[in-house]
Design a protein around this ligand. Structure first.
Ligand SMILES: Cc1ncc(COP(=O)(O)O)c(C=O)c1O
Length: 289
């Protein structure tokens, strides 16, 4: 047996991918399958987005792009963020990545190590816990309860913070519960976080426009007091049915405390995936505009 580091034995799974593989096999056998396992929108990527990618290829956009993403794509994210949150972020804080997951991967890798604690929603997207365990940090579940509308409670979250807490992962609208945390509850959490200035926040807002029954999403970006330690995860996968394009973005902290993280994630990109493919980035611009 070859010797791999123990961290790989702690790496978890996303069972939805196992279900996808099984459903694909059954579909190939001619069975009529409705796969409710994986978070795949039930519509196709809109045609004008597909055309933008084809045009980009025809126009010769075949090469590497900057590791942090094309400026035009980052500027599109700036416009989209302004529309959905009312907050103007700088393109220098926007990073384009191959999907939403790489932001989670990068942020958890940056803060997780043995001895550290990372808070994550439970039930929640399985990769949070898997990645926390990979780093050797202790995963601390934040219970998501029915009595809180299947969303996180500020009080319960704050009570779990200890001097070892490095990162708090939030997800609203939430997977798998669909719970949306109300603005007042987030404000309560933000107020409480003033007492814990060393805790970074990863807010997974990939379902930001998927709210129902009159509920509205409140972005953590609406709290400027957190901006110097806030990482916002978002992307194209769900909103524009682009799961297979592998297109995500994140907004990284500004200010003295956190701005340096951007260079770390850029370097991680250089070391791992280099950049996101150019046609997908042009498609991403067409989606937003
Ligand atoms: C809460 C949450 N965050 C992130 C992701 C990852 O998205 P992507 O496919 O863009 O990596 C998913 C996908 O299901 C998700 O449910």
């Amino acid at each position: 047996m070859l010797h791999t580091i123990a961290a790989f034995d702690r790496l978890g799974e996303e069972n939805a991918f196992a279900v996808l593989a099984r459903a694909t096999t059954l579909a190939h056998q001619g069975r009529d399958i409705i796969n409710l396992g994986i978070g795949q929108p039930d519509f196709k990527t809109p045609q004008h987005i597909v055309e933008a990618a084809i045009k980009a290829l025809r126009d010769g956009h075949h090469g590497y792009t900057p590791a942090n993403g094309l400026l035009a794509t980052r500027e599109a994210v700036v416009r989209r963020t302004l529309t959905t949150t009312g907050v103007e972020v700088s393109p220098e804080s926007v990073m384009i990545l191959p999907g939403g997951k790489p932001t989670m991967f990068a942020a958890i890798l940056m803060f997780g190590e043995p001895g550290a604690e990372i808070l994550y929603p439970d039930p929640g997207f399985p990769i949070y816990r898997s990645m926390i365990e990979f780093t050797g940090a202790a995963p601390i579940p934040v219970p998501i309860r029915e009595e809180n509308g299947f969303a996180f409670s500020a009080e319960e979250t704050l009570a779990l913070i200890t001097p070892k807490t490095r990162l708090l992962i939030l997800n609203s609208p939430a997977n798998p519960t669909g719970g949306v945390t109300a603005r007042d509850e987030i404000a309560k959490l933000v107020k409480g976080l003033e007492k814990h200035p060393e805790v970074a926040i990863l807010s997974d807002e990939i379902y930001d426009v998927m709210t129902y029954d009159g509920e509205t999403h409140c972005s953590l970006l609406n709290f400027p007091e957190l901006r110097d330690r806030l990482i916002v995860l978002n992307g194209w996968s769900k909103t524009w049915a682009m799961t297979g394009w592998r297109m995500g973005w994140s907004i990284w902290p500004n200010g003295e405390k956190g701005a340096y993280l951007y260079d770390k994630v850029r370097k991680l990109a250089v070391n791992c995936w280099s950049c996101v493919n150019a046609p997908s980035q042009y498609a991403g611009i067409a989606a937003i505009d």
